[in-house]
Write a new protein. Structure first.
Length: 48
């Protein structure tokens, strides 16, 4: 393995880590939004 391929591997691993982190954040946001919508739905249907 030469220095260039080592740098390429490092760049790829950093990119993948950041990408996975973004997916995780988006997933958490979607779950929170889903829970919030479910609470509003329950709140408004209980008054109907």
């Amino acid at each position: 393995m030469n220095a260039l391929s080592g740098l390429q591997n490092l760049a790829n691993s950093i990119y993948c880590r950041d990408y996975v982190g973004l997916i995780s954040i988006a997933h958490q946001a979607a779950l929170r939004l889903h829970n919030l919508c479910a609470r509003f739905r329950a709140l408004f249907t209980s008054y109907a």
